[in-house]
Design a protein around this ligand. Sequence first.
Ligand code: ATP
Ligand code: MG
Length: 636
Amino acid sequence: MLFFFLGLFSITQATEELYDYPIIGIDLGTTYSSVCIFRDDKVEIIPNEYGFKSTPTVVAFNGTFLIGEEAKEQGIINPQNTFYDIKRLTGRTYLDPNVNRVKKGLPFTIMQENDKICIKVSQPRNKSNKIFNIDYIQAKVLTKLKNIASSYLGVPVKNAVISIPIGFNDIQKQATIDIAEIAGLKVVRLISEPNAAVIAYGRDYVTEKTNIFVFDFGGGTLDIAATIVTKQKFEEIDNSSEMNLGGEDFDFNVVKYLVDQIYNSTGMNLTDHKKANQALKIEAQKAKETLSSQEIAHIRISNLIEGYDFQYNLTREKFEEVNQDLFDRVISTINSTFIVSETQIEDIDEVILVGGSSRIPKVQEIVEKRFVHSKIIKDRIQDELVCIGAAILANSLTKQLEKQYRFVEIKRTAISYGVETDKEDMNIIIPRLSRYPLVLSRFYTTIEDYQTGISINIFQGESEFTEYNEKIGNFKLSGIQKATKGVPEIEITFALNQNGMLTATAFDLNTKSSSQLAIQIKNKKRLTQEDIDNLRKENEQEEKLDREKIQTISKLKKYHMQFLNDIKKSKYKYALGESQLYEIKEILNTSSKWLEDNRYKLQTTTQDFQNELQNLKNSLDKILNRQQLRDSNQDL
Ligand SMILES: Nc1ncnc2c1ncn2[C@@H]1O[C@H](COP(=O)(O)OP(=O)(O)OP(=O)(O)O)[C@@H](O)[C@H]1O
Ligand SMILES: [Mg+2]
């Protein structure tokens, strides 16, 4: 039943909670993720097992999970089981048009199960399919980052600040918190990506009050924020976000263009050829990056499909033409930032360019043309700025601070919150760009005589009609005063916490009946607490299995690499002749080759690796024993 608006509200602020050290900062990016820690009065970017500052946001499944570098590396041979771009699906429903669009460009199978988006993986070995919730897959990346940090710090890490795109609505924020929980991490705070970047930048480079425009153009989203920054304070003035605009879209456009070129020149239609598309995608991304510093990129893919070698020279001019639609969207996103705010483009002192896609020359040109009065900072920008900012905020939330960098944070909502009133109108309670945390109430009444209950639908969005906004929750208030329409007085209160997430309550002023909704708990499309607990346990179990597989593989690798050296240091140093050494080398080479072929194979299990290791040891021992026997016979 519907109801309409009567009158207005009140405001309050929430206090800050503190947590145990260490709290890590995580930038969970669409394409790359990183993890940082504040230690000894500075932020350390924690390297992954290969020494890299960022880890690909890629997960593969080949019986067990591969995460990061290894998952990305085998993507080309195993496209159907290599998952990326999942952040673009976070907190969405399967029928969301954005999901449909993203899904089309991905080589793995996205499906719906129990209202949730899942990935289907076929397992040829036991002829069955495996289905994974996408939150579970994302949790694998967070698990990896958590483990990288835990081994670096030498203590288990449990708390994190995670950065998210500005445009994430409450469901997407809650999804991020749930994903972390599956990975065994408590999110002590979410921070928007550009805000994190500007905190990091302000700390190192700002000496006096400066109006900074952050332009964070990553793999999946464009996030921008106009801020006023001093060393100790940052205030968000305005913000804007394009949720489906990032480096991946440039790659998709280029792939589409190349597929058309191949069709025109050979008549072959590769639109649905997953392996070829994956190979083209990898090369398109490389070409795009090359074109940021060069005028031409040479794309060469041998055996793109059976017997067909592909070559194409992509010019920067053609790249810009193919992606014109994306550049136009960049312009309109920048322009939308200054429509309502008091700060205008001329007031911006510095523009900081963050995110890999802001290296595209045409993007820089757009920014330079728009901000003629501002200093454009593009040379001091580290890829990890967002993560560094998250770690600085994390440090300020610890109980046992090392040395604290104190700052005041003034954040503003990116999307309006409201309720649906009569005729499906959106009645806004918290407008866009409100400072938060805050609590606001509005008063409503009934539209029918003797109505005793109401159903309250909560939406986020800017349209005056709920149809075009995102429904983020629903709850009911019963026990309303039995009276003619317009008489009951119902107070609806929206409270935004430090993460900018909503708790809604409704209260009948006359009967004192009340009802409360924390959006995150009641949304049917989301995981329940029970689902999360089960997935967390499953993840812990798999972490154990994955560790076993990785350990077996590294033992095998170690054998391949070290055995000959170890021999040279052992008592067999002089005993082994040329022919035995040759035999050993052959055995090691064959086993290395086997490992290379099987490392990423779906069918090869931990047991297979263990068997290979055991067989290798047996064969090598046999040679050594033979030698020993011969030596001892000679001694006789
Ligand atoms: N030199 C370059 N020229 C053009 N694009 C680049 C360059 N270097 C990196 N990129 C692109 O930047 C994107 C990755 O940027 P970044 O790591 O900032 O994104 P992300 O943090 O993973 O994504 P998001 O913040 O959108 O979730 C990729 O699409 C990559 O191809
Ligand atoms: Mg990013």
